[in-house]
Ligand binder design. Structure first.
Ligand code: PRP
Length: 207
């Protein structure tokens, strides 16, 4: 049996839709249940940021999670497949009337994504002071907590409605299928079998 960690919300629903297509039966979590067992699979309903943890520790063999989260956490997992779901960008956001001043010593950036932010500024050899927040990131520049933010942009509505604009895009993201290193060897046939089926649906959705 394969255990698959899914992030609560739309990505979990869209992944279960793919399984529904593959096995021609309905896959869905019951109200408030955190485990779903069906067709020889066990699905775990976890927080987005916790998916790589379940997979890296082997509590799940597979997981589905955004490339932004994978990149941020730098955990030891195998990245198997871009599932082309939940496309978004990681971007620097700033107040509409401001511009990023790369010459300012220690630009203050508020973000959930501390590692992505530090690496991006390090690449440009620019000093940065990172302020870690857990949500409502767009608020930080409005009240002077930070000069700018690094955050996820999907539709762009949150930035727009808070008087912010994208100053620079850092990376594109979408949901990826990931695997635990040991599982990938111990359960290779099972994993490759479901990988092939998922890939067919993903490729079919694209064409
Ligand atoms: C993300 C992100 C932005 C928003 C962007 O938060 O932090 O606030 O979505 O989406 P938009 O461009 O379509 O407005 P999310 O709702 O995922 O909640 P989180 O802060 O709990 O991660």
């Amino acid at each position: 049996m394969l255990t698959i960690a899914l992030p609560k919300g739309r990505i979990a629903e869209e992944t279960l839709d793919i399984f529904s297509k593959i096995f021609n039966t309905n896959f869905a979590f019951d109200n408030r249940k955190l485990i779903l067992e069906a067709h020889g699979f066990r699905f775990l309903n976890v927080r987005n940021q916790d998916v790589p943890t379940y997979v890296a520790h082997g509590a799940a063999d597979l997981g589905v999670v955004g490339l932004d989260v994978i990149t941020e956490q730098e955990l030891d997992i195998i990245d198997l497949l871009d599932m082309q779901l939940g496309r978004c960008k990681v971007a620097i956001g700033i107040k509409n009337e401001d511009a990023l001043d790369w010459n300012k010593p220690d630009i203050k950036i508020a973000t959930k994504m501390v590692n992505i932010t530090k690496n991006y500024f390090a690449q440009k050899a620019v000093g940065v002071q990172v302020i870690k927040l857990y949500g409502s990131i767009e608020l930080a520049p409005l009240v002077g907590l930070a000069d700018a933010i690094v955050d996820i942009v999907d539709t762009g509505a949150t930035m727009r409605e808070n008087g912010l604009k994208v100053a620079e895009e850092i990376m594109s993201s979408s949901a990826h299928l990931i695997a635990n290193n040991n599982s990938f060897y111990a359960k290779k046939n099972e994993i490759l079998s479901i990988y092939d089926k998922i890939k067919k649906v993903v490729d079919g959705n694209l064409s």
